[in-house]
Ligand binder design. Structure first.
Ligand code: DC
Length: 218
């Protein structure tokens, strides 16, 4: 189990995906799970401010990750592109603050992690979901760089993205349930000014150090 946490745009998905490929581990994007629940609510016309209804959806949602082509399925439907929509992004951040939704996602994440070797990325993987993970990374970058990366990815307006991202980060960091925070035993990696290759090298070095006593990264 390799746990990678950090704010939006720090480079978690890029690194986690290539690390998983390199190590032969499964890649699990836990943000995609919150996004899938939010998408379902929006499509079903369910109020995204109703914690009880959202918890029901979270418990019922069948979320699958397909290795190789990195698709995300919700109840059998390919939602890989749909969960990146700006409305879904906004709703996911609200939904992720609900304790009942987090409980359902946490159970599923633990089940997945118990079955196979994974690189799992999110906000609370090293702190709450897998507090005993041997390899924990807290990946960060300065806010302008993070917003710039997201703007380049989505083709959106930089100022708008920066504002929206700051709002989401604030909600993730200050919520009562499993807020975004660095685990005391996580290694801090700042990706500002680094290429994805350099970040991967830095993380691989940490993986090797932490797994060098022969027990493996599982
Ligand atoms: O990483 P992302 O932007 O796809 O995440 C979508 C939302 O879900 C974001 O607001 C943070 C939240 N999230 C969370 O609270 N806990 C996680 N483990 C992963 C994501």
């Amino acid at each position: 189990m390799i746990a990678i946490d950090g704010p939006a745009g720090a480079g978690k998905s890029t690194i986690a995906r290539s690390l998983a490929r390199r190590l032969g581990f499964a890649y699990i994007d836990t943000g995609a799970m919150y996004r899938a629940v939010a998408l379902w609510a929006l499509k079903a016309g369910i109020d995204v401010d109703d914690p009880l209804r959202l918890e029901q959806l979270a418990r019922q949602a069948q979320i699958e990750f397909t290795a190789g082509d990195n698709t995300v399925r919700l109840n059998g439907e390919d939602v890989t592109a749909a969960i990146r929509d700006a409305l879904v992004t906004h709703a996911a951040s609200k939904v992720a603050a609900m304790p009942g939704v987090r409980r359902a996602m946490r159970m599923e994440q633990r089940r997945i992690g118990a079955e196979q070797s994974v690189v799992m990325e999110g906000r609370d993987i090293g702190t709450v979901v897998f507090p005993d993970a041997r390899v924990k990374i807290f990946l960060d970058a300065n806010p302008q760089v993070r917003a710039g990366r997201r703007a380049a990815e989505t083709g959106g307006v930089l100022d708008e993205i920066a504002r929206e991202m700051a709002e989401r980060d604030e909600r993730d960091r200050t919520r009562a349930e499993a807020p975004l925070t660095q685990a005391p035993d996580a290694e801090y990696v700042d990706s500002t000014g680094l290429t994805p290759e350099q970040v991967e090298e830095a993380i691989l070095k940490i993986v090797r150090e932490r797994t060098s006593n022969g027990k493996g990264a599982h």
